[in-house]
Design a protein around this ligand. Structure first.
Ligand code: PLP
Length: 479
């Protein structure tokens, strides 16, 4: 493609992108295709001759778009949102155009220095300790793996990096029964083994019980294990459970155990000082992760990983072949040594665009509105005798279930709620997901998509409540 053709196509694409964002609410939120439907529409072999962009783009609209779930629709209440925004998209276009490999300072000084400043901005925006630093990574899973690897090396004085695990290395990882699956995955990859992940019991709010953590560690030490790392959640995936950071931090500090905090989704709320009580005691942590790519209007992927001691991080990952040696190492950050991959995308640019474009005030307003809308729906649910709120939402995730009056068994109630979720998702009107706590099927509403307003939230509630009445009526008819 020559550059005059590129210019023409790029303009056409920007028009399509703008139309898409304008009309995103008209698409079914969850893709309605059947399994393999897209695959069978794709050519089984690559073309020998190049094809025109018109043909490719026509196929994109015809074949690909129907198979897309529209995460940028304000009808998206599933999982946790993965927000984008116009300034973020613009920055991604520039990132793709520059296509810079930002592995070391020399390979793009602006990328390294902007990343350093964006980490400082995020740290200060979220009230994290001023002495901390960090790096932008792809995902929370990757950042948590970095924390586990750093913990492994600190506890073994960097021996496992050199000689691998020995028979006496029996290192344990602690997290609550509610923490994200990335912890178990990390334990598999880091060589601890899944069986050495100790799941600590939780309280009624599903937060880790510090007394149980203390006991589990003491039992392990007595049995000859080494406590390697404790991972706490600020906002668990299932229900947004909040682990008690201060108490856990005190235990870790007194025993010299690495303390990592996973605030993947909820971390964005720390831009609001009134919610920082959730991370009270953060200074006792060794590392902390949150995803601007979830709630901070910044395209996937963009993960902020913070550490108290960058020396341990770098020593865990650094490797210096001759071909990567450069000057200026004392004044600059070579981020290849701050995480797993060598090659790195220029992710700081989209953060810079987003934060400058919305301003701190705009971002705070967005997050505050989402939390207010969540509280509003929680109040509506609590006022309904036929619905049950799981817990008052700490932030913007509302978990609840339909529980109509009558002699319905727990299985039947679960079935009602699963029908509500599946039928609404099949309608394409909204997209919601569920979780199960103590065998109870709960509907989750994650209220945070970029363009979601109170009206979208009210509409979702009306759809749920109407569907619940339909499901109940059909149960009466068939029963
Ligand atoms: N931790 C928590 C609490 C999450 O909710 C999620 C994903 O939703 C993750 C980790 C994994 O995030 P990522 O996809 O960035 O690895």
């Amino acid at each position: 493609m020559n550059l005059s053709e590129f210019r023409k196509q790029a303009h056409l694409l920007v028009d399509w992108m703008t139309d898409y964002l304008e009309n995103v609410e008209t698409f079914p939120v969850k893709s309605q295709v059947e399994p393999r439907q897209i695959f069978h529409q794709l050519s089984p072999a690559p073309p020998f001759e190049g094809e025109s962009m018109e043909t490719i783009f026509e196929d994109f609209q015809r074949v690909i778009v129907p198979g897309i779930t529209h995460w940028q629709s304000p009808g998206f209440f599933a999982y946790f949102q993965a927000n984008s925004s116009p300034p973020s998209i613009l920055a991604e276009m520039l990132t793709a155009t520059l296509a810079a490999q930002c592995m070391i300072w020399d390979t793009s000084p602006a990328a390294a220095e902007l990343e350093e400043m964006m980490i400082n901005w995020l740290r200060d925006m979220c009230g994290l300790p001023h002495s901390w630093t960090g790096a932008i990574q792809s995902t929370a899973s990757e950042a948590t793996l970095c924390a586990m690897l750093s913990a492994r090396e600190r506890i073994t004085d960097f021996r496992i990096n050199e000689s691998g695990f020995g028979p006496s290395d029996r290192i344990r990882i602690y997290c609550s029964s509610e923490t994200h699956s990335s912890i178990e995955k990390g334990a598999k990859i880091a060589g601890f083994g899944r069986q050495n992940v100790v799941k600590i019991p939780v309280d009624l709010q599903l937060a880790m019980r510090p007394d149980a953590l203390r006991k589990a560690i003491a039992d392990d030490v007595a049995a000859g294990y080494q406590p390697g790392c404790v991972i706490a959640s600020i906002g668990s995936t299932s229900t947004h459970a909040m682990d008690p950071i201060k108490e856990i931090g005190e235990i870790c500090e007194s025993l010299g155990i690495w303390f990592h905090i996973d605030a993947a989704h909820a971390g964005t709320a720390m831009i609001l000082p009134e919610y920082r009580y959730l991370i009270d005691g953060i200074e006792k942590a060794d590392s902390y992760v949150f995803n601007p790519h979830k709630w901070m209007l910044t395209n996937f992927d963009c993960t902020a990983y913070f550490v108290k001691d960058k020396g341990t991080l770098i020593r865990t990952f650094e490797i210096l072949p001759e071909y990567l040696k450069t000057q200026h190492t004392s004044q600059t950050n070579n981020y290849r040594d701050w995480g797993i991959p060598l090659g790195r995308r220029f992710r700081a640019l989209k953060l810079w665009f987003v934060i400058r474009s919305y301003g701190l005030a705009g971002l705070k307003e967005k997050v505050r509105n989402d939390i207010n809308n969540s509280q509003h729906i929680a109040d509506v649910i609590q006022a309904r005798p036929d619905f049950e709120l799981f817990i008052p939402p700490p932030l913007n995730l509302v978990c609840f279930r339909f529980k109509p009056e009558g002699n319905w068994s727990e299985n039947q109630i679960n079935e009602f709620n699963s029908q509500i979720v599946n039928q609404l998702n099949a309608s394409g009107e909204i997209y919601i997901t569920h979780t199960k706590i103590d065998g109870k099927y709960l509907i989750r509403l994650s209220i945070g998509q970029t363009n979601m307003t109170a009206a979208h939230v009210d509409r979702a509630w009306n759809l749920i409540s109407t569907k619940a009445a339909e499901v109940l009526q059909s149960a009466h008819l068939s029963g």
